[in-house]
Design a protein around this ligand. Sequence first.
Ligand code: HEC
Length: 129
Amino acid sequence: MDRSMVARFVAGAALLGVCASMLSIPSQAVAVRQDPPAEEPLKYEKDAWPFVKKYCIGCHNKDNAGGGLKFADDLKEADALKMKKEFTQSMRKVQRKQMPPAKAAQPGDKEKARFLDWVKKTFPKKDEA
Ligand code: HEC
């Protein structure tokens, strides 16, 4: 290698180094953005109500309360929290596939899991009545 080749080699290596450091900045920014978001708390309105509305309310409402159980169609999280017995009982019925009755529309596994998850997290077993 003569002198000018060495100089070009050094300049080229330096340029590569600059490119690499420029590339590393955005990749770090992406890594930061990929941090998993904090888990959102489950809410009756979004996690349980759509299921109740679709699969239960038809037979459990103020005019038609199967087994004496009724779900209000304007039930809010705060009211739902007072219905621990009803929801833990519902959870068991759904787990055992006793509700909704076989003749009625059946929920998919995902929908079921979301509802059961809400019941479990809202009414943890240790303080079950
Ligand atoms: C096709 C009508 C129908 C649908 C849909 C239905 N139920 Fe029922 N449910 C009944 C009837 C009728 C009874 C009372 C007789 C019995 O226990 O089988 C009952 C009873 C119950 C009971 C027992 C109440 C008690 O105090 O004994 C629970 C809990 C219950 N249902 C929950 C649910 C849930 C949760 C859903 C939705 C996933 C649902 N049901 C959907 C008709 C229905």
